[in-house]
Design a protein around this ligand. Structure first.
Ligand code: SAJ
Length: 473
């Protein structure tokens, strides 16, 4: 087993790396460390995913530039191998954990995967192994959920800078380094975005900086403590969610008072220090809708641990203990953003009514089903919520999306016989629609624009009943 010193300056020659969770974050991480020469052991519970990876085939959907080729290369060179067996991590000196950390419908973090990974690791690691949590977690989770599980057997003690020195044979190290990847840019973001490297001790934080420098040559790698690293990640995404919610709230105000949020935003952002984001049809994806709740849930962890040991699988709702003194802004922003798909429904229903039709008899085309433009990722997509509202009201819904397999096809054929169309995703392909062909296909040229994809005057000139989110009539 390597000595602490070699953890402090990990190199491909002296360090074997383990990666737990080979999803859209873990797999690129494993490939990147293998690319620079480390021997990497990847763990995933899904045997079929492990088999695909060992065959050099990427299981990651969507267009991820460079990932498939890199995976084939590092599998071919033998630097990366995948397995379902945690025992294979026995030889790893540093192990990153990249498992899912979702929140449930009550916004409560679900740590089943994290707890299971922590339990499995505690049974196979060696003295002085460094475990780095890369998953996004509520502030306090690494030290108040992961650490107790790793130490539960009594065999291990996580080093801390509080001087409780344990003998080397029982000492392990813990770190937290949140990822900042984005679908479609997995490798690019991994290589170029700065990282907060939170260590159980300052020396371990520096060791993490040395480790990540191998795959992140230029961006800032900021040594810090574990709690700060947890707060940074959840805060940066809560920040974005609140910023988007502000734009959406101004959009709703503009609609009511007869303003145009798009013009307002353009001029507001000429003011120093302003950067108003884009209003729209809603906020989807794997990060932004979830991470604000993880930030809020940190409050519960603190209260929970002051009164009782964490035992159950779930942490109670972040608001169950607090008497709603705070957080106020985070839940309110979530509510605004979650309302936007409903607002898109209200807009199309109102225009149909104005045309003497009911939503129940209408055939409505939803343009865009992924959560982000030019992406096939449909996780937590606002379009799913709009479709549910439409179907619950009896409408016949036609979904089109050039990136989502089951909704591809000729958009004008999809528009045939439709009474209304709702633009939910600003895919590039939609920006060059032939409005004449669209109008000919539809029974009535009614278009609701949820992303300001179009110039109102062009649509109106083409004879459309056109409305845009954030623009009053
Ligand atoms: N959205 C708006 N208005 C905006 C920006 C986004 O309505 O001004 C909507 C999008 O349509 C989408 C959702 O919000 O439905 C999320 O969009 P996003 O641009 O934030 O894309 P994500 O979810 O992939 O965000 C990720 C995040 N990165 C990580 O969590 C590591 C986010 O912090 C980044 O800012 C974002 O990528 C990015 O732009 O890189």
């Amino acid at each position: 087993m390597m000595s602490f010193k070699s953890i402090f300056s990990p190199t491909p020659a002296n360090t074997v790396i383990g990666v737990v969770g080979l999803g859209y974050v873990g797999l690129p991480v494993a490939c990147e460390f293998a690319r620079v020469g480390f021997s990497v052991i990847g763990i995933d519970l899904k045997a079929e995913r492990v088999a695909q990876i060992n065959a050099g085939i990427s299981p990651i959907e969507g267009n991820e530039p460079g990932l498939a080729e890199l995976l084939a290369e590092v599998i071919g060179s033998g630097r990366l191998r995948a397995t379902t067996d945690y025992a294979d991590l026995h030889e790893a000196h540093i192990i990153t954990v990249n498992v899912e950390t979702p929140v449930d419908d009550n916004h409560v973090p679900q740590y089943h995967a994290l707890r299971a990974a922590s339990r499995s690791l505690s049974q196979v690691i060696q003295p002085e192994t460094l475990i780095i949590i890369e998953s996004t977690v509520a502030p306090g989770t690494t030290l108040q959920v992961v650490k107790p599980i790793l130490e539960a057997s009594g065999k291990w003690q996580v080093a801390s800078d509080k001087g409780q020195e344990s003998d080397v044979q029982s000492k392990i190290y813990l770190g937290m380094c949140p990822e900042r990847v984005m679908p479609g840019l997995l490798l690019q973001n991994l290589r170029n975005l700065s990282r907060a490297c939170g260590g159980c001790t300052p020396e371990i934080a520096q060791a993490m900086v040395a480790l990540y420098r191998h795959i992140i040559p230029n961006a800032d790698l900021d040594a810090t403590d574990i709690l700060t690293a947890e707060l940074v990640k959840t805060t940066e995404n809560a920040y974005r969610d609140v910023q988007i919610a502000f734009a959406n709230e101004v959009a709703l105000i503009c609609e009511t008072v007869g303003g145009d949020v798009w013009k307002v935003r353009q001029l507001v952002n000429k003011s120093p220090g302003r950067n108003m984001l884009l209003a729209g049809a809603g906020v989807g994806g794997h990060c932004i809708p979830k991470d604000p709740w993880l930030l809020a849930a940190g409050l519960n962890l603190k209260f929970k641990n002051e009164n009782e040991k964490l035992g159950g699988e779930e942490i109670n709702s972040p608001f169950s203990i607090l008497n709603s003194q705070f957080p106020k802004l985070i839940p309110a922003a979530r509510a605004v953003n979650e309302f936007m798909p409903q607002h898109m429904f209200d807009m199309v229903a109102a225009r149909l009514t104005a045309q003497g039709k009911t939503i129940a008899e209408a055939r409505v085309l939803v343009l865009g089903y992924s959560y982000l433009e030019n992406s096939d990722d449909t996780r937590d997509t606002p379009s799913e919520k709009l479709v549910a509202h439409l179907q619950a009201s009896g409408a016949t819904v036609i979904i089109h999306d050039p990136f989502v397999a089951q909704y591809r096809g000729d958009v004008y054929a999809a528009a045939t016989g439709c009474d209304a169309a709702v633009l939910m995703v600003k895919h590039t392909a939609y920006l060059s629609l032939d409005f004449h062909k669209l109008k000919t296909a539809m029974t009535s040229p009614l278009l609701i624009d949820g992303r300001k994809a179009y110039d109102a005057s062009a649509l109106i000139a083409a004879g459309f009943d056109y409305s845009c989110v954030g623009v009053g009539n």
